[in-house]
Ligand binder design. Sequence first.
Ligand code: FES
Length: 159
Amino acid sequence: MTVNTKNDRDFIKTADEAVDMYHSKREELIPILMRVNQQLGYIPKEAMEHISSRMHIPQSHLYSVASFYHMFSTQETGRHIIKFCESAPCHVAGGREVFEALKEALSLEPGDTTEDGKWTLMTTSCLGVCAVGPVMMVDEDIYGNISPNQIPDILAKYE
Ligand code: FES
């Protein structure tokens, strides 16, 4: 549960701006979705409905595109998004213990957002820096070789 500061009208306006920016071209669907995701932090269902209707693309197709790419979210997210690598190399490097510490520090399960809207916790597959596992991303920042006792300091950077 997060604090929602935008309403349906904002969602539709943002979707309109993105569709207009790319002249409703179907081949520009990814940049259109990216723009909405960047502006709102995720792609709300109201924006999906509007894009679907303006571009004559079935919503099912929009959702399948959005779920295919990691960079899109269709769920409202917190101001900071943590993506924790759950692939095997990070797992065997101690990722499980770090992830437990992270869940405990945030009182969150993967996919959830804190009540104050600050944090969303997600898991991800390999981030491509396995040599420094365990690895997690906070927004655009990558942290490697993390141990459970580093979690409070990492989170504190985003106060
Ligand atoms: S397995 Fe975690 S970054 Fe590759």
